[in-house]
Design a protein around this ligand. Structure first.
Ligand code: ADP
Ligand code: MG
Length: 257
């Protein structure tokens, strides 16, 4: 039996007394590209943040490569999270956020090379060589010595992507990575993701409001509302022929907007 790359199984998640996920299930296969769409507040970011271990869960389990994210460690009657295991699981995931949060006092190259040196223990030479390759990959080979303030929003986000890739994740989590950008800068960022999807073997879970992009890049699209998957399918099925009235009205509101 093959193991899903990512498995949400009966996941429970509440904020205070607001129950957001009440037994959420989703399997994502290795190298599958899955897009989450849905109204604001439906839980898209929380799903990515739970996978990234930025949010804990209140019940159920999340598995990556068949292993639970939050493995417990038992000693006597004390239970705690096994921290080395958690670091190992986190290292599989790379997330790109809406806001790029580059270090303003570091050059672009150092922004990319810093974590591989500190966290992965790479030599300076190796980290900078790889950072240069990644910068070329996102089309910014000439910007290595620039500072973030010298870059456009689209360029900053491309550096953000390179910085995430430098940590060699196998899962990429992309949360509305173009929503903070001026419209004319959106495509240069989406092009980087298109290229990655074509040439590399990442498993991707992304949230986007760029429907044409979701249609083009995804193996599967899930429409989420109030913490539940209302409908999922291939982009063709979901966008051309949605069967649920909720999906239809959500997509119609997008066409109007
Ligand atoms: P989406 O990304 O689909 O817009 P979110 O996952 O950000 O939705 O949020 C889903 C719901 O959970 C919202 O009602 C939001 O207010 C709530 N929520 C998310 N994060 C927190 C938090 N840290 N504290 C309290 N409520 C939160
Ligand atoms: Mg969100």
């Amino acid at each position: 039996m093959s193991t899903a790359k990512i498995r949400f199984q009966g996941v429970q998640k509440s904020f205070g007394d607001q129950v957001l996920f009440d037994g959420f299930d989703l399997d994502i296969q290795d190298q599958e590209i899955v897009t989450l769409i849905g109204p604001s507040g439906s839980g898209k970011s929380t799903l990515l943040r739970m996978l990234m271990t930025l949010e804990n869960i209140n019940g159920g389990e999340i598995y990556v490569d068949g292993e639970p994210l939050w493995q417990q460690q038992h000693s006597g009657n004390q239970t705690s999270v096994d921290q080395p295991h958690l670091r190992h699981m986190r290292s599989k995931m790379g997330m790109v956020f809406q806001h790029f949060n580059l270090f303003p006092h570091m050059t672009v190259l150092r922004n990319i090379a810093e974590a591989p040196m500190r966290v992965l223990g790479k030599s300076r030479h190796q980290a900078y060589t790889e950072a240069e390759q990644l910068l070329a990959q996102v089309g910014l080979a000439e910007k290595g010595d620039a500072f973030p303030a010298d870059l456009s929003g689209g360029q900053k986000q491309r550096v953000g992507i390179a910085r995430t890739l430098a940590m060699q994740p196998s899962v990429l989590l992309l949360d509305e990575i173009t929503s903070a950008l001026d419209p004319e800068l959106v495509d240069e960022v989406l092009d980087v993701i298109r290229q990655l999807a074509k040439t590399q073997r990442y498993t991707m879970l992304l949230v986007t409001h760029e429907m044409y992009f979701a249609r083009e890049i995804s193996d599967r699209v899930c429409f989420l509302e109030q913490g539940k998957i209302v409908e999922e399918g291939t982009p063709e099925a979901l966008f051309n022929n949605p069967s649920e009235p909720r999906t239809q009205s959500f997509l119609a509101s997008f066409l109007r907007g």
